[in-house]
Design a protein around this ligand. Structure first.
Ligand SMILES: [Zn+2]
Length: 393
């Protein structure tokens, strides 16, 4: 596979392009972010937006919150720097881990914020995971659509127009480009561009209602609210990272210091080098594994790419981390297969249909990843509930 000569991202990476020196567009975006964006001016814009909304509604803003490093930093920054009164909105994807829950409790108590949590119907979630896996080789549809649409419903219900997210997508992909100097609005256009995999909730309803007892209201949490209603509210939905230079390592150090935020082991990751990345979800290992099987890279490549770009790791060390950790079979795959009622052969067949050439996985050569410390505490479906309940005819 072709790889970026600077950061190592391969040609199977979404939105990637290379220049004639073999350097990728995401590396170029990073240079632009460092050199050409007037961050002082951006911060002024943010101050303007904040002052426009302060004190006028039940809450100054809504902060969608997973408890990972980015949303924790965002919440911390808004409360500490701007003294905002946010409503924290948590969409529970169903796989929250013990360390995360403890982090969240400490964060909420230390910052003194109101929190709402929403957990969608697990039986529906399982059916959605199966359908998205089969159609796109990506079972996270329910989580990504829910995380990005549900807080917008809450904005409407509470009539709070300002929604503030964390990192901008231009940190990792080129769907939005720092170079165009446009400020990324987290809106329906963006939702349809790369969040929902090209499957709307309405499409999804048609795909699963033949064999699944679906109430028409079941998919409401995954449906983006009407643009008309949002416009009437005069909503703004923005990323903090569009206004301050996003620096994950520095931000993690800040929340560790201020909130006692703790990292965690993640399946398939080097635990010493990256103790803070994607600790939110017990199915993260399965997600990364599928990405590897489809595209020949996983989270280790993504993290080392970021560090190579920032000059924080040497190429040989990055290469070694990738060789030692990437593409291992995660122990959580057993739980995942039980949830969906699949055999591993069926799983491999499904994933094989979505492989992105020129990558070709070698299922025979795959080694196992280590169990994380909390593996035994992760939800295990009882024998009688495994798989997806079928619609009674
Ligand atoms: Zn690159």
């Amino acid at each position: 596979m072709i790889r970026c000569t600077k950061c190592g991202l391969p040609e199977t990476y979404e939105t990637i392009e290379y220049d004639d020196r073999g350097i990728c567009n995401i590396c170029h975006q990073k240079d632009f972010k460092d050199e050409a964006i007037d961050w002082a001016a951006r911060r002024k814009i943010l101050e303007g937006i904040v002052e426009e909304h302060r004190g006028k509604y039940d809450y100054d803003c809504i902060v969608p919150f997973s408890g990972g490093k980015d949303s924790t930093f965002t919440l911390y920054y808004l409360v500490k720097e701007f003294k905002l009164k946010p409503l924290v909105m948590q969409f529970n994807h169903g796989f929250m881990r013990p360390t995360l829950l403890k982090n969240n409790e400490r964060t909420f108590k230390k910052l003194g914020v109101d929190v709402m949590s929403f957990t969608p119907n697990w039986k529906v979630v399982k059916r959605l995971m199966l359908e998205a896996l089969i159609r796109k080789g990506d079972f996270c549809w329910h989580c990504h659509t829910g995380i990005f649409s549900y807080p917008m419903h809450i904005a409407l219900k509470f009539q709070v127009p300002l929604v503030i997210w964390g990192e901008p997508s231009s940190e990792y992909t080129a769907y939005y480009d720092y170079r165009e100097d446009e400020i990324e609005e987290v809106d329906e256009t963006r939702f349809n561009r790369f969040i929902n995999l090209g499957i709307t909730a309405e499409d999804m309803s048609g795909m699963i209602s033949d064999d699944f007892e679906l109430d028409p209201r079941d998919l409401a949490p995954y449906t983006y609210p009407e643009t008309r209603a949002l416009k009437r509210l005069r909503y703004r939905s923005i990323c903090l990272g569009s206004f301050i230079p996003w620096d994950v390592k520095r931000q993690v150090a800040q929340i560790q210091e201020a909130l006692d935020w703790r990292g965690d082991q993640v399946e398939g990751m080097p635990w010493d080098a990256y103790p803070y990345e994607k600790i939110e979800c017990s199915m993260q290992g399965v997600r990364d594994y599928i990405k590897y099987l489809k595209r020949g890279y996983g989270r280790v490549t993504q993290m080392t790419a970021l560090d190579l770009r920032n000059g924080r790791v040497e190429k040989p060390d990055a290469k070694r981390l990738i060789e030692d950790f990437e593409g291992r079979r995660p122990p959580s795959l057993d739980l995942f297969l039980e949830y969906l009622g699949l055999s591993e052969i069926e799983f491999n067949q499904i994933v094989s249909r979505t492989i992105v050439p020129p990558f070709q996985p070698d299922f025979e050569a795959i080694e196992a990843a280590l169990k994380t410390w909390d593996f035994e505490e992760w939800y295990r479906e009882p024998q009688s509930d495994r798989g997806i309940p079928k619609r009674s005819v």
